[in-house]
Design a protein around this ligand. Structure first.
Ligand code: NAD
Length: 493
């Protein structure tokens, strides 16, 4: 285990192009979840007034930014991509120390952020509408995409670099100005992201960040009438509250929330491939991914053989401090997440057959952090608590079914609908699965957790409301369409 050090930076808000100390006088201390002796940052619990300052700065910067040609806005995002690339090793270390995921996982998250920045930078040259024929002679009809104004981004801790980037980048390229409110648990990553955008050449006020509590800083963003849209990623509990509040204010709103992602393994599947992929999807990032595999739905005919491979793969995982090179699974993010996971482990032990793990880890390598053993429950009833609720930890439920139709029914039986996957080589089953699975993202013979920057990302049912993030469609949330009719009959010949 790494020796604890105390080198905690004191973080400030970023308002109108400057780092500004909060006037609240209250701070929050963040510690490395793998080694609680290490303070990773001290950040302010900002006031509502400071949110209003940030919104005012964003409002003042809007006209200048809106009038900056979109290709030039995109160029700044391109420069941000290059800066992230240059600093990715250092940023990855910050991410692992603050959030807990392994260095390898942090680097993947940062690569994804670079991909998003590069892709969205190009959108600055494609920000067009449509030209359509008019019903009238000598008339021209077309649409243009226009920015909304000041937009708010409220983000979670589990992708503390990529999620702010995938909200900020499309908002900016479309000509909006932004106030970011990152998770209380990851202020250091957020500050470094904002700093990189600043270094890329954003004018003052175009991107602002206020650190603090959701109930104060996040709520004030929702209440402020100058904020025209809110992009939120986080829990269903908070998301449904935000969606209702936004509706009352007539604010545009997108919420990306929880998941309970299934992998379906059919009798003809490559069981080795499926088992490897489920191990990665279930236990990578300690299961704290919205796209994590939390259920595996397997046909009876191959269930024993599949579970044997699954166990073999999961037993090889090394749990520990994500900064150490050979570690596969890091800690949970904080004591609350630990408590939640332990609560579900207790329920699972009553509802199902425990095959692996099931407890908090102890010993010299674990006593200073929030470590839980990779856990597998077998013979899990499809409608039990652990098969239905999002746990957000390294906990996998194996649900055995008779056939493909039952597998689909079980896979679709949860309230969520983010990601899914099927393992089979039966072409008809593959297309039936794609047509009938109720998720916003689906994979065939691949883990539930992958996604690419130029494809839409988001869920259906209780997972997602509002327009999709990432891909070209990301721009739609951050723009209004204006229909233009030009009658040129009377223009001088
Ligand atoms: P959370 O809902 O607790 O917090 C998310 C953000 O909302 C934080 O910045 C928080 O401060 C803020 N917030 C809290 N209360 C608020 C309020 N009353 N008003 C305004 N803002 C408020 O979520 P979390 O624990 O940070 O993240 C984990 C959750 O995020 C999981 O449920 C996970 O599935 C989900 N998630 C979803 C996706 C997706 O794309 N679907 C991606 C990543 C994470």
């Amino acid at each position: 285990m790494t020796t604890a050090t105390v080198t905690a930076p004191l973080r400030h808000n970023f308002i109108n192009g400057r780092w500004v100390a909060s006037r609240s006088g209250q701070t929050m201390e963040r510690r490395n979840p793998a080694d609680l002796r290490e303070i990773t940052s001290i950040a302010p619990l900002s006031t509502r007034e400071e949110v209003r300052d940030a919104v005012a700065a964003a409002k003042a910067a809007f006209a200048g930014w809106r009038d900056t040609p979109a290709p030039l806005r995109g160029r700044i995002l391109g420069r941000a991509a290059a800066l992230v690339e240059k600093q990715k090793e250092a940023l990855a270390r910050t991410l692992s120390r603050e959030e807990g995921k392994t260095l390898r996982e942090s680097l993947v998250e940062i690569e994804r952020s670079i991909n998003i920045l590069e892709f969205i930078a190009g959108e600055g040259r494609r920000l067009g509408g449509e030209t359509m024929p008019s019903e009238l002679r000598r008339n021209l009809a077309y649409t243009i995409k226009q920015p909304l104004g000041v937009v708010g981004a409220i983000t979670p801790w589990n992708f503390p670099v990529a999620i702010p980037v995938w909200k900020i980048a499309p908002a900016l390229v479309a000509g909006n100005t932004v106030v970011l409110k990152p998770s209380e648990l990851t202020p250091e990553c957020a500050a470094q992201v904002v700093e990189l955008f600043g270094q890329a050449g954003l004018p003052a006020g175009v991107l602002n960040m206020v650190l603090g509590a959701g109930e104060e800083v996040g709520d004030e963003l929702l209440q402020d009438r100058e904020v025209r849209a809110i992009s939120f990623t986080g829990s269903n509990e908070v998301g449904s509250h935000i969606y209702a509040l936004a509706a009352r204010q007539m604010k545009k709103c997108q919420c990306e929330m929880g998941g309970k992602n299934p992998v379906v393994v059919l009798r003809d599947a490559d069981l080795e491939l499926a088992a490897q992929s489920v191990v990665l999807g279930a236990f990578g990032s300690s299961g704290q991914r919205c796209t994590a595999t939390s259920r595996v739905v397997v046909e009876h005919a191959v269930a024993d053989a599949f579970v044997a491979r699954l166990l073999e793969g999961a037993r090889k995982l090394k749990v520990g401090n994500g900064l150490e090179a050979d570690v596969d699974v890091g800690p949970l993010v904080d004591s609350q997440q630990l408590e939640t996971v332990l609560h579900y482990l207790a329920i699972g032990k009553k509802e199902s057959r425990l095959l692996l793990g099931g407890d908090r880890l102890s010993g010299p390598a674990y006593d200073h952090g929030y470590f839980v053993a990779p856990t597998i429950f077998d013979h899990v009833p499809w409608d039990s608590v652990i098969a239905q609720e999002e746990i957000f930890g390294p906990v996998l439920s194996v649900i055995r079914v008779a056939d493909f139709d039952q597998a689909l029914r079980v896979a679709n039986s949860v309230k969520y609908g983010l990601s899914s996957s099927v393992y089979t080589n039966d072409a008809r089953r593959i297309f039936d699965f794609i047509d009938r699975i109720e998720t916003g993202i689906t994979h065939v013979n691949a883990p539930t957790v992958a996604s690419e920057a130029h494809l839409p990302f988001g869920g259906i049912k209780a997972t997602g409301v509002g327009l999709r993030e990432m891909g070209r469609v990301a721009i739609d949330f951050y723009t209004e369409l204006k229909a233009v009719y030009i009658d040129y009959t009377s223009l001088p010949a």
